[in-house]
Write a protein that binds this ligand. Structure first.
Ligand SMILES: [Zn+2]
Length: 207
């Protein structure tokens, strides 16, 4: 199902955000237009945490806004108690996440679940966790659709529980060691950073 809608791309030649190359890609943006699938994935997350007394679900904007809504919706239905769905957004520096829009008043003293679509390094979730802790929210766990970076609880600031619907290990190489480059396999410009990579290369050749 995830393969059919292009959420998981395999047997390709990708450039990741890190600059490394690889043959597979998890394209989270392909999931969200499919609302029933998104709902089903979030139901699975909600079921995993239904017994944890979650009061607030929070996620990093942008994609996480959709996730936190669906997870909170299903948690509320499953438990018969309202779970709030809110989000954190990047501050002006772009480095930290902040909770604004009055949502900051919903966090203190509450049992909070952090959700994320794809965990690569866990950096965004860790920073959302920092914002929740600063507001004295009680982090109960982290849930993700896909853990593609072997992210562990220690990488997330020591949260009590980490749950991913899928664990995917993707081989990757630095550009100069990439076996796909060596075989002149065309770079995928539809997903990942392939387009930017080729533009940079073309600019460097022009000099
Ligand atoms: Zn390559």
């Amino acid at each position: 199902m995830l393969g059919a809608i292009g959420a998981i791309v395999t047997d390709s030649h990708l450039v990741y955000t890190s600059g490394r190359h690889g043959s597979a890609y998890v394209n989270k943006d392909a999931i969200y237009p499919h609302t029933e699938l998104t709902s089903d994935l979030c139901l699975a997350i909600a079921e995993e945490f239904a017994g944890e007394g979650i009061e607030v679900v929070i996620a990093p904007a942008v994609g996480g806004v959709i996730l936190s809504q669906w997870v909170a919706f299903h948690l509320s239905k499953l438990t018969g108690r309202q779970a709030l769905g809110i989000y954190a957004e990047k501050d002006e520096s772009g480095d930290a996440f902040v909770v604004r829009r009055g949502y900051d008043k919903m966090v203190p003293g509450r049992r909070v679940l952090l959700v994320e679509d794809v965990l690569t390094t866990g950096g965004s979730v860790r920073r959302v966790g920092d914002a929740v802790r600063a507001l004295e929210g009680d982090i109960i766990g982290v849930a993700a659709i896909c853990n593609r970076g072997n992210v562990a609880v220690e990488d997330l600031g020591g949260v009590p529980k980490l749950s991913a619907l899928m664990n995917v290990t993707l081989d990757s190489w630095p550009e100069e060691e990439c076996p796909l480059c060596a075989k002149n396999i065309p770079i995928n410009t539809e997903v990942g950073k392939g387009r930017e990579f080729l533009a940079r290369k073309a600019a460097a050749m022009g000099k």
